[in-house]
Design a protein around this ligand. Sequence first.
Ligand code: GDP
Ligand code: IMO
Ligand code: MG
Length: 429
Amino acid sequence: MPATVIVGVQWGDEGKAKVLDALAAETDIVVRYQGGSNAGHTVVVGTERYAFHLVPSGILHDQKVCVIANGCVVEPEALMREIDALAVRCVKISGDNLLLSDRAHLVMPYHRIVDQLGEKLKESSGQTKIGTTGRGIGPCYVDKVARSGLRVIDLLRPDYFIERVKSRVAELNPLIVNVYQGDALDANKIADEVLAFAPRLKPFIADTAAYINDALANGKRLLLEGAQGSLLDVDHGTYPYVTSSNATAGGSCTGSGISPRKITLALGVVKAYTTRVGSGPFPTELSDSVGEGLQNRGAEFGTTTGRKRRCGWFDAVGVRYAVDVSGIDALALTKLDVLTSEKEIKVCTAYEINGVKTTRFPADPERIANAKPIYESHPGWSEPIDDVRSFDKLPANAQSYVRWLEKLSGTKIRYVGVGRARDAMIEIK
Ligand code: GDP
Ligand code: IMO
Ligand code: MG
């Protein structure tokens, strides 16, 4: 009963969905276990491009059951919009192939409002904003941990739901009006708007932990789809410039309700360089024409917000740290093709912080911001590699770059992405 967890080991957007899509044929169930519609997961099938936010990308494969598990935060309207948009493109979704955990927390309209107004206030008062996606993710997880949240199951208890919304709105209105200078919220209106989605969501609602554990006991194969990346993890990332959930492998157990002993493979996904969206330290960031080149060739725009992704060289310090924290067994290296035509490829192998060399990823974001990357160089290649499908057909310098990253990250690279297309991936046997 193999259960593979797919984890981003940088700051998100590593190409997790494409890797998952390539492995989906070998699985029965795909489970999304944390985050919400802050995620943007792209799969390119022929000329069609699909961008998933909450629905696991495994839904493109017939005969698979997809699960949005308890660790996720779900905005009913956003989920229904995504399901409807997929239906228009002939992706059939019903309670037979999509299950929504009754224990997942609901992103309420006031979570979005608090997220956006909070960021605005930070900006206007001269503080550094987080640069969130504005999807209400942080405030929703705040309510979950403060035990003030509403869960999917509560949609089926309207009286309780309305009372809880009233009490939360009564708490939030002084903050919204007096601190954020926003408009007071109408609890009844909010409750009605959200409850209106209950009949449409009802067919999907299930005890997903029970479903997954039964399936594992019956020999079904599982792919656990992580969102965001390890360096955005609320515990292990570049706090406070992080998201509000556990994007590291551990999150897949709490977020889906399975034992750590059930995970048979932790597959890390890593870009051949680095990107980051939003604020926060990024030692290898390139603010020059090389960074611009990566941004253009890699089409590095956020899938969810359309923001330009910040680009830089591969950071082996950050990757090694993320590999340790998640116990990564193997890596999928994506976007190697984007480095084609780069004469000299640099990789950060250590940081120099206040004159001291270190290979440890610091906890203090200021120390990370002050870290001077110590680079080593690798010669590039000029031949396009998009159509290459076996490792030994890659240009010699591309092969040795992959082997070098393997050494630096202390982890075997099992897959290499060479293009956006679904099949543009090499398996290294
Ligand atoms: P995710 O959030 O980790 O699933 O990644 P995103 O979908 O947000 O961003 C990755 C982007 O890179 C998407 O546009 C993918 O289509 C694209 N992509 C994935 N793998 C490769 C690759 O090997 N080469 C190229 N050129 N593009 C890739
Ligand atoms: P996928 O799954 C890249 C970033 C935001 C911001 C920080 C907090 O596509 O890899 P949030 O809205 O979560 O409170 O924002 O996290 N962020 C992502 N960056 N990829 C993502 O998801 C992200 N989800 C959130 O830009 O810096
Ligand atoms: Mg993404």
